[in-house]
Design a binder for this molecule. Sequence first.
Ligand code: SF4
Ligand code: SF4
Length: 352
Amino acid sequence: MWFHFRQKNVTAIPTRKMVSVRLEAIGGQGANSAGKIIAEAAVLGMGFTGNHFSSFGSEKRGTPVRSFVRFSLERRPVRSASFIQKPDVLVIFHESLIETHQEILEGVGPETDIVLNSAKAPQQIIFPKGLQFRRLMTINATQLAIKHECGLNAVMLGVTSLFIPEIQQVQLEGHLQKFFSKLPPQVLENNKNGFAAGLAKAKEDSFDESQAVAEHHHSLLPELGWLNAPIGGVITNPGNSILKDHSVSRKGFAPRFISEICFNCGYCDMVCPDFCFVWQLDPTKKEAPKLQGIDYQYCKGCQKCIAVCPVEALVLSPESEISTEEKSHRLFPDIREADGSLIDFNKKEAKK
Ligand code: SF4
Ligand code: SF4
C-alpha cells in the first residue's frame, strides 16, 4: 500500500548522485544480508562505488540490527563509514521498532521513502509527532515469507528494489541468487520466489490519494522532560522480566496453538527453551495434563516447538494474526494493583 505525505504530486524518485539506504531490523531477520546484497548489486553489478556495513546489538538474534548501504552513481570514492544519518530509503523489517526504538526514525525527512513490514494500511501507522517523509509503503512481508518459506529479507529486497531504481532489478535478483547459491536448491528457489512475490505485491499496489492524511500526532513513548528525563547512561527500555514483552525479540512470527488437534504429548514443552507452555492440571490427578496454550510473554519465536509437534497442532503464524485471547494464557498470575486492576508497568516507568 502506498501513502503519500505532504508532497502529493511527487511520485517519481528524483535523480540522485548518491543513494543511502538504511535497514532497521531484529537479529535473524536478514537485514545484514539484505544490505550486503544491495551493495554487491550496486558495486559489482552496476559498477558504482559504494560501501556497506552493519551494526549489531549484542551480536545475537533478537537484538536490533542496523545495516547501511551507500553508493555513488558518479563513481566517486565513498570514504564515509559512519552511520547513515539521512537515509534516502529507510527499510523497517519489524513494525514494533517504531514504538520501542524510535531512534530508527532519526534523520527521516521529506526526501525519505519508507518501506515498512506491516499488515496495516499506511494511514494506520502511527509515527512520532511531526515526522515528515516522502512516501510510505507498507507490505505484509512476514506473511509472504511464511507463504514462500523464504527469508524475510528476500521479500523486503523485492519491495525495496522499487525504491532504488538506480540498481537494475536483474542485478539485485542475480546477487540474491549468488548469496543463497551455497544453500540447498529448494532454499534458493524459495528465496527467489519470495523476492518476486515482494516485487509483484509492491507493483500491484498503487498510490491512492484518499489514503493520505495531513499529519500524525501521536507518540507511544513517554515524552521526556526535565522532570522525568533519565540520568545519563540509563537504558530506558531494557529487556527485563517485569515488562515481559518479547514481541520485539521475535522476528514477526510466532507459533499458533490449535487445541482441537493437540493430543497433549508434551513434546513441544520438552524442546521449548523458555517453558512457555501453559498446562491445565487435574487436581485429582486422574486425567493427564491438558495443554492450554502459550505464554507469549516468554516466547522468543524460535519455532522449535513447531518442528517437533507430530500433528501440526502448532503452526507458524504472523504475530499480527494471533488474537488477544490466544495471548492471554499465563504461566504465572499477573501482578495486580490492590483494586484488582492490572499494573501497567509502562505507565509506572513513564511517571518516574
Ligand atoms: S517458539 Fe520457541 S520459545 Fe516460543 S513456545 Fe515455541 S519453543 Fe518455546
Ligand atoms: S507437541 Fe503438538 S500435540 Fe504434542 S502437546 Fe505440543 S502441541 Fe500438543
